[in-house]
Design a protein around this ligand. Structure first.
Ligand code: UT7
Length: 327
């Protein structure tokens, strides 16, 4: 019988090679390895080369994700990219660039803007498009070159973020369904985490990010925790039944606070923030890929994803991972 439920059939990532350590940052702004480690848990982040665009990072992750789903690029009928650091502001979209890099013409390709919650929004969107029969195999990509919109003289934010990309393919497969997704927003808090206004005047303004970190922190912990409780309760699943809890990787203290509130064990909780910093829309698929390559994320694993970011936006997803283990 034909499947009717959407499934995440693969996961992959691409991480740029260049590393920016806390010690490198000590030479750039008034900060210290000790402060960054204690307040965020971050040890290093990866930074793309000057000539490496967000679409290049996304393309490399996408090629692997398509292979791992046992598909050819020609099987993909839509590409959706979540990014807050696109190649161009605001067109052509990063998705169109990636489609071109993959040699694909005449397919649906567009970007979404949901900041760090981007990958959850992508899952929700792809699930509905695949289950409605509109599309067969959707490539979803979170890709960020945040270094391109970062002010490396602002210590309050430049120590937090890094570059990278993560991708997956969503197709029908009842055996390993995306069980539920939840997305939400509250524009009231838009100015706590933002880039500069695009329509300030008719002159082009730089896009660097700004954040009132302390205020974001408190709202993030409460929102993430209640979001997790809501999706678990709605689906009648207890936290101990979850194989892996894979939250957005912004700050180790946020992850630990949510983990403790929800009683997830260290074994259940995937943490990569120490290696990559916050890579916004790429952070969840990059963390998933790490778990996959370490053999922790397996076909059929019950996983819970949870994210919070600028907008504010937030969301969670509950799914059985549908990807086969690498041969
Ligand atoms: O991904 C989207 C969601 N984003 C987040 O969830 C991020 C949420 N926020 C955070 O992770 C934390 O608020 C930060 C890591 C950004 C900041 O940590 P904090 O513990 O909230 O520090 P703070 O902003 O309250 O600043 C404490 C002190 C201040 O000095 P005074 O006023 O106490 O003298 C800051 O000026 O730390 C100072 N400070 C720094 N010192 C060394 C701020 N940034 C730095 C720095 N190095 N990089």
């Amino acid at each position: 019988m034909k499947s009717t439920k959407a499934s995440l059939k693969s996961i992959a990532s691409y991480i740029p090679t260049k590393i920016l350590s806390n010690f490198d940052l000590e030479k750039m702004v008034q900060t210290s390895n000790e402060w960054i480690l204690r307040r965020t848990g971050i040890e290093q982040r990866h930074i793309a080369d000057n000539d490496e665009n967000t679409s290049d990072l996304g393309t490399k992750a996408a090629i692997k994700a398509i292979q791992r789903a046992n598909l050819n690029p020609q099987d993909i009928d839509a590409i959706i990219v979540a990014t807050l650091s696109p190649d161009y502001f605001t067109m052509p979209s990063t998705a169109c660039k990636i489609a071109h890099n993959l040699g694909l013409k005449n397919i649906t390709a567009f970007d979404i803007s949901a900041a760090c919650s981007g990958f959850i929004y992508l899952l929700e969107l792809a699930k509905s498009m695949v289950e409605s029969g509109m599309k067969k195999n959707i490539l979803i990509i979170g890709a960020e070159k945040i270094s391109s919109i970062m002010d490396y003289t602002d210590r309050s934010i430049c120590v937090l973020f890094g570059d990278g990309a993560g991708a997956g393919v969503v197709s029908l497969d009842d055996n390993f369904p995306i069980i539920d997704t939840h997305t939400a927003s509250d524009g009231e808090f838009g100015d706590l985490l933002m880039t500069q206004r695009a329509q300030k005047s008719n002159i082009c303004t730089p896009l660097s990010m700004q954040m009132k970190g302390n205020e974001v922190f408190k709202i993030a912990v409460n929102t993430l925790s209640s979001d997790v409780v809501e999706i678990l309760t709605k689906n009648n699943i207890k936290s101990e039944e979850i194989d892996l809890f894979i939250p957005h990787q912004a700050n180790l203290r946020i992850i630990k606070a949510v983990q403790e509130k929800l009683n997830f064990t260290d074994k259940q909780c995937v943490v990569t923030v120490q290696k990559y910093g916050n890579t916004s829309a790429a952070s969840i698929p990059m963390a998933m890929n790490d778990a996959y390559e370490q053999g922790l994320l397996k076909q059929g694993s019950l996983i819970l994803l949870d994210a919070f970011g600028g907008g504010f936006t937030w969301g969670s997803a509950l799914l059985r991972f549908g990807g086969e283990n690498d041969k």
